[in-house]
Design a protein around this ligand. Structure first.
Ligand code: PMP
Length: 360
């Protein structure tokens, strides 16, 4: 068996322990005589899986009792619509646009009400996050929306906007469980899990009780109402059972490592190896401005599209996979999520160094 170092932005690398443990339970989950893929979502075994998963993510993130955790489908993209449908009682929301994911969410929200772009970093191709100090929000805004880590441009918020009494909504898809977060600072946190938390097919929404409302926009489909899913414990219809089971395994893996503080230190260490190399390299340079650099997604370029293509091809031959950058930035992107071992980042840097010497 030859596993590669997979730098994909998502779906992405999962911890080997988690994959092995799922493989061992594939044919017979804990004496049930069937795999988790085959069992009823109403069974006692699955009830145990989803309840344990919820408790574990609550423990990991310190989620207070007045927040609900929903395991949903439709990806993060469906939430671009579900958020305004559920939260836009005044039909006004403020968006900070710091990359293409917040831009897409902003565009979607305009279908449902008055979505305002209160700050944007598009003027410099999203290489930074707009300054949040002194931002004026609409007094009647139902929420303020951010994407806290922009996967494509490799930026993250160094600090959160102070939205006062207006609920802050954050897309954390590409930084989910990579570091501790103060959940009480948000009205709603959500993310697709296929980067840091599990396989594609599950989106987790952590939402404060008072934002789970009856008076949603009238056309909101029943299944997309947070109340429907909160009342049913995410089991209003058949949930993505196997994905939830895998997320649960990742939560247990994180707990076993010592939790999110430990994970954060490991992530900082890994990111430093790559950024330190980039900062002294004469060939490669990081595209995001330093103070906004993501710990998870690291875009970089050589400055020559031909050399970038050569690098990507040679990297692949050396067992470094999915390092090609997103088309809107070009070059390369190394996504170094929780499950990317330090050895993977070291192997990448070693390879970059060799490539640099050969192509100087
Ligand atoms: N938000 C962010 C920050 C993302 O990185 C992505 C996917 N790459 C999305 C939203 C969209 O997620 P999905 O494909 O699950 O709809």
């Amino acid at each position: 068996m030859a596993r590669v170092y997979n730098f994909s932005a998502g779906p992405a690398v999962l911890p080997e322990e988690v994959l092995s443990s799922a493989a061992a339970e594939m044919l017979d989950y804990q004496g049930t005589g069937m795999s988790v893929m085959e069992m009823s979502h109403r069974s006692a075994a699955f009830k145990g899986i989803i309840e344990t998963a919820e408790q574990d993510i609550r423990d990991l993130m310190g989620i207070p009792d007045n927040y609900r955790v929903l395991f949903l489908q439709g990806g993060a993209t469906q939430q671009f619509a579900a958020i305004p449908m559920n939260l836009m009682q005044n039909k006004v929301a403020d968006y900070i646009v710091s990359g293409n994911w917040s831009k897409k969410a902003f565009k979607e929200a305009k279908l449902y009400g008055q979505a305002n772009c209160v700050a944007s970093s598009e003027d410099e191709n999203f290489t930074y996050v707009p300054d949040v100090d002194g931002l004026a929000f609409s007094p009647d805004a139902d929420y303020v929306y951010i994407c806290q880590n922009e996967t494509v441009y490799g930026t993250r918020y160094p600090k959160l906007p102070d939205t006062g009494n207006i609920p802050l909504v954050s897309d954390v898809s590409s930084m989910f469980l990579s570091e501790p977060m103060d959940v009480t600072k948000y009205g709603l946190i959500y993310g697709g899990v296929q980067k840091n938390v599990g396989p594609a097919g599950v989106v987790i929404v952590i939402v404060r009780d008072d934002l789970i409302r009856e008076d949603v926009l009238p056309f909101t489909p029943t299944i997309m109402r947070y109340k429907t899913q909160a009342d049913a414990g995410s089991l209003s219809n058949t949930p993505p059972c196997y994905g939830i089971y895998m997320c649960g395994k990742v939560f247990q893996w994180l707990k076993g490592l010592g939790g999110l503080e430990v994970m954060q230190r490991m992530n900082q260490e890994k990111a430093a190896i790559l950024y330190d190399y980039l900062d002294q390299s004469k060939l490669f340079s990081g595209t995001a401005k330093k103070e906004f650099r993501s710990l998870m997604n690291v875009p970089f370029v050589t400055g020559s599209p031909d050399l970038d293509a050569k690098f990507i091809a040679e990297a692949k031959a050396a067992g470094i996979e999915n390092i090609k950058g997103h088309r809107s930035v070009g070059g390369m992107r190394a996504s170094i999520y929780n499950a990317m071992p330090k050895a993977g980042v070291e192997a990448l840097v070693q390879f970059m160094d060799k490539f640099e010497r050969e192509n100087a």
